[in-house]
Design a protein around this ligand. Structure first.
Ligand code: F3S
Length: 65
């Protein structure tokens, strides 16, 4: 599974970092990026990645299996 942020959609709701703090980093401006260490999501974090994706109000998180 790969995860990425569609930057043009991110509005800084930070729900991604709430559900998967290992994967998502909120920058100084309040927008999300993916921790490069987890851009390929390890098995144990996949459920968290799905939750983050499902809870982003802007649909700014892209998951590819
Ligand atoms: Fe951005 Fe969605 Fe996270 S708007 S900060 S990717 S919850």
């Amino acid at each position: 599974m790969k995860v990425s942020i569609i930057e043009s959609r991110c509005q800084g709701h930070a729900r991604c970092a709430h559900f998967a703090p290992e994967i998502f980093i909120i920058n100084d401006e309040g927008y999300a990026s993916v921790n490069p260490e987890f851009a390929t999501v390890p098995v144990e974090l996949r459920e968290k990645a799905r939750k983050a994706c499902g809870n982003c109000p802007e649909k700014a998180i892209e998951l590819r299996e």
